[in-house]
Design a protein around this ligand. Structure first.
Ligand SMILES: *[C@@H]1O[C@H](CO)[C@@H](O)[C@H](O)[C@H]1NC(C)=O
Ligand SMILES: *[C@@H]1O[C@H](CO)[C@@H](O)[C@H](O)[C@H]1NC(C)=O
Length: 351
């Protein structure tokens, strides 16, 4: 019996345990870009690596010190965890040295990650899709409600004490019976349709590169961009920012929308030509817009968009819940662990 226990014990000790592989990776340095990266992600990283972290929130955005901090810390690092929305500069990658194997963004979008430079250097890139889809979709629904029911004007009435009380004052629009058009039926687009399915929507349509197998179960019909623009009462932008989606909502596409159309953006600010959107809203060519993403962020408080009563803006809070931000941090950390222990990335952009 004792012998058996001893043998079992010996097997446990000699197996290639986490403890052993951890010992081998502890000398690898991982750099975290910001001082507010969640503790849950740090725990995963610290278990395996030596973790360095900026004392600042945003690279290069709090003066030279915040820039120098990362430039000084990055030489010799094997991984970079990027939890800021600001761009990763070529200069920073130049400073890193050839041992930099992976960049892990703590975001679904990676337009700020300098993909061409990473690709050229053979550096892997991961992002954190999926874990944030439900939280962002909840904000898409909030924007739909906020824009359709004129929250900007109604909140101003509450704040000023000047309520316009009357049977036909400040009337909004119904979701019930409407056509909802989703541009980009990825994880966020799908989660938005699921969340709206209790609202008695008349019809869901979507557009994108190709038909999605998931669309059938969601009762969403594939159509061209032009058809979607022509028939939708709500147009939800749930696409990443790429060369192709840059300003895809512009004077031309706005001109194809219905007069009561409401544009919702949870993708990236630059998917919309904001000057064209301003004109369309100002002239009541469309009904309203609900935006969680704008250009620039923060939007200056005297920006012309904010002078309009029919725009409802949130400060890019799509994924900003305790649980979702923590899940994103852990996923980014696990991508780093995989990349530095010879395993495939969980959510690769550049595998
Ligand atoms: C996007 O456009 C920029 C500038 O026009 C170009 O340098 C870049 O290669 C393009 N990227 C892709 C992925 O096509
Ligand atoms: C507007 O967007 C559409 C769709 O993405 C595009 O085909 C068109 O070239 C754009 N027009 C302008 C003026 O940018």
């Amino acid at each position: 019996m004792f012998y058996l226990l001893f043998v079992l014990f010996a097997i446990v000790l000699s197996s290639p345990s986490d403890a052993l592989s951890t010992k081998m990776t502890k000398n690898l340095k991982v750099l975290v870009s910001s001082n507010d990266y969640p503790e849950s992600g740090l725990e995963v990283l610290k278990e395996h690596f030596t973790v360095l972290q900026s004392r600042y929130l945003h690279f290069g955005k709090e003066g030279e010190d915040s820039k120098e901090e990362l430039l000084n810390l990055i030489p010799g690092c094997s991984a970079l965890v990027w939890s800021s929305h600001y761009p990763i500069s070529k200069e920073l990658l130049d400073k890193a040295g050839p041992q930099l194997k992976v960049v892990a963004t703590v975001s679904a979008g990676y337009n700020h990650a300098n993909v061409p430079e990473l690709k050229a250097r053979g550096i892997k890139l991961s992002n954190t899709p999926n874990v944030l889809s439900s939280a962002v979709a909840e904000i898409a629904v909030a924007l739909i409600l906020g824009a359709a029911r004129r929250f900007t004007e109604n909140l101003a009435q509450v704040r000023s004490g000047q309520w316009e009380i009357g049977f036909t004052k400040t009337l909004g629009q119904d979701i019930r019976g409407s056509t909802v058009g989703i541009i980009g039926l990825g994880g966020i687009g799908q989660a938005t349709v699921k969340r709206l399915s209790g609202f008695e929507v008349g019809k869901f349509v979507y557009t994108g590169h190709r038909e999605k197998p998931e669309a059938k179960a969601l009762n969403a019909e594939f159509t061209s961009l032009d058809n979607l623009l022509a028939q939708s009462d709500f147009i939800v932008l749930a696409v990443p920012l790429t060369n192709e989606t840059h300003h895809m909502i512009n004077a031309t596409t706005l001109g194809k929308m219905k007069k009561n159309a409401i544009v919702i953006n949870v993708g990236r600010g630059d998917v919309v030509d904001q000057d064209a959107l301003y004109d369309a809203l100002k002239n009541n060519q469309i009904y309203a817009a609900g935006l969680d993403v704008v250009t620039p962020e923060p939007l200056p408080k005297d920006h012309k968009l904010l002078s309009l009563p029919n725009v409802f803006v949130l400060p890019h809070i799509g994924s900003a819940t305790l649980r979702t931000r923590s899940d994103m941090a852990v996923l980014a950390a696990e991508n780093v662990v995989n990349a530095l222990t010879g395993k495939p990335l969980l959510t690769p952009v550049l595998p």
